[in-house]
Design a protein around this ligand. Sequence first.
Ligand SMILES: Cc1cc2nc3c(=O)[nH]c(=O)nc-3n(C[C@H](O)[C@H](O)[C@H](O)COP(=O)(O)O)c2cc1C
Length: 207
Amino acid sequence: MKIIAVNGSHRKGKNTALMLNTVLEEAAAQGAAVELLELSDYNIKHCLSCNKCLGRPQCSITDDDMAGIAEKLLEADGIVLGSPVYWANVTALMKNFMDRTRYMHMTQNMLAGKVGAAVTIAGLRNGGQEMALRMMEFFLTAQGLLVVDPRGQEGPIMYGAAAGSLLADVQDGKILWRKSIMEDEAAILACRQLGRNMVNLISKLKK
Ligand SMILES: Cc1cc2nc3c(=O)[nH]c(=O)nc-3n(C[C@H](O)[C@H](O)[C@H](O)COP(=O)(O)O)c2cc1C
């Protein structure tokens, strides 16, 4: 079983990567092979809107890194997307990645039946986490993936793994921020649960 995480953060290894790695660590503890893909490492050109993918399951842009990324998506049983919130939405990197996968579902549903999940983080409370999560979940559903959320056996703690940097506390006239998103305990619990839920569903589907 292979689970791949796709990080749309413009900052490699920061909060979004920490959340994705938490999902992957838990999935690995349940036996999955895992890989984190940082989109910022790759050259991904913008979609040209040439519409060639309406007639064939192939992108007309071939001189960038997207084909290699697509290969990794096709190999995986599970795909977890992560994006920080930029203007109450996903980042430009994540959106560009989504645009370039259009050929994967216009004439064939190449990713159908895989398990999908999403995580997000924003600076503020109510900073747009729900919008960004819904964007990623919409994308995954439209691509035919089965989307899991971080519900645990004891019940839901949040709808979607969403974190926030704001500590919501003002001391000496200064707003306090979490130093690392690992301090947002509820969000980290949700990431761990997401990892377990992905592995559970993939195991059931493989039976
Ligand atoms: C261009 C830009 C737009 C942002 N827009 C929002 C926003 O709409 N709401 C919010 O709460 N935080 C916003 N943020 C803050 C990021 O979501 C936050 O810094 C996040 O931790 C970045 O994730 P990273 O550590 O993976 O880079 C924005 C940051 C940038 C750079």
